[in-house]
Design a protein around this ligand. Sequence first.
Ligand SMILES: [Ca+2]
Ligand SMILES: [Ca+2]
Ligand SMILES: [Ca+2]
Ligand SMILES: [Ca+2]
Ligand SMILES: [Zn+2]
Length: 471
Amino acid sequence: MALTKSVSLLLSIIIISALLQNTIIPTYENNNCDCYQEDEKPIATWKWNRYFNYTEIVDFLRTLKENYSDLVELFSIGKSYENRSIWALRLTNRDYDESVNKTTVVLIGGHHGREYISIMVPLYVAYQLLANYNVDENVTRLLDYMEIYIIPVLNPDGYMEALYHNPWHRKNTRPIDEDGDGLYDEDCPEDINGDGIIGLIYNNETGMWEVEGFDNDNDSKINEDWVGGVDLNRNYNFSWGYEWGASSNPSDPTYHGPYPFSEPETQAFRDFIIHEIIEKEKNVTFAISYHSGIEAILYPWGYTGQTPPDNDTFISLGKIIEKYTGYPLIQANQLYPVSGEWGDWLYGLFGIISFTVEVFVNYTEKAKLYTEVEKYINGTPYIDINITAYFNPIGSLISKIGRKNYLAVKNLALLFVPKIEEILENKSVIVIFGYPIPISVLVDFTLPFISAILFATIVFIILKKRIERRY
Ligand SMILES: [Ca+2]
Ligand SMILES: [Ca+2]
Ligand SMILES: [Ca+2]
Ligand SMILES: [Ca+2]
Ligand SMILES: [Zn+2]
């Protein structure tokens, strides 16, 4: 009899002490780790001090998937004109995919070939989110309660063309015979004076500044037929083809293509949005497209100066990006009119809050366009403008630009996931005999169990007393 009593008491004590002492918060406790230098961990071979070419980007994305397999999905949204896959990451804690109503963010880079930094920024954001999961409680919260799609390079062909051939290249590489001589892409710019830069030279006949180059096909015209192409950021089918925001001339940098979504790259993005976002009824909280050539945060509309219906939202969210990046927030149309543009399309057709973030300009290179000409090639005025440097920082500054844009995305996204206190309420668990059990389960099962034992013990004692009295 005495033994049974002690066992009941012991059980109660074990369970109650577990309840009181072993309450733990596995994921969301404040982690005061020895924080690493952002560039050193954990993919040591990938340094943020240079631009990855397309092959390296693909390797990098695969490395992310291998190192963070629980958090990364990697898939192709389609092919470029030259048959390169256009890759997308989906970052989220997939353990919660079914149980949690997730919000969504979409980031994209590399619409324009020569804007290399616009590709490195989303790659950097992806890397930091993954590296900080279970390190920074806010990032853990983001990837648990949100899915972040990242398409680092929409225009891989244009990027490779700019990296290895013509640093002025902006559009995709669909061949176009601009001068109508039956030959395609036969006369591109070159560095004729060998100073390592393809600058601008003055054309005495036309009175125009032109990109440096030879007459490759002896037709007495210089650079008349570049590789490609269509400006992908003028090829979306919202306000497409307006002459004040794009060009119908295939030679122009803002050529909008023969019809909306004429290009495989914009088709791939369109299909991604329709099949992955709209049909699956995702709740996209914001989207960002990265560019360079100026520093600014642009929001719709681009095709008109009218304010968008969600003007207040654009301003309040845009101010957060502004706070972390220092870029000024302006309506796209105030910079210059654009038509058939990415953000107008996403917002105009689907109501998605879309920002175009212009992450970098080199003011020194830009200033060369406005200062007096001091250099000449064979007597012809020459501006040694370094167009790559104009659009892209030197390698050692990539992580600095990446970092402030990462912080902007992180802090903006945090508005759209549950707060830590809300999560803790649902997530608190206690450990009993090494097994984590949510408090909610314990409330359901353990307390009645303890009550039953206590009740049984009391009944037992009363019965025992009665029996003792009887004898
Ligand atoms: Ca031609
Ligand atoms: Ca061409
Ligand atoms: Ca040159
Ligand atoms: Ca020529
Ligand atoms: Zn651009």
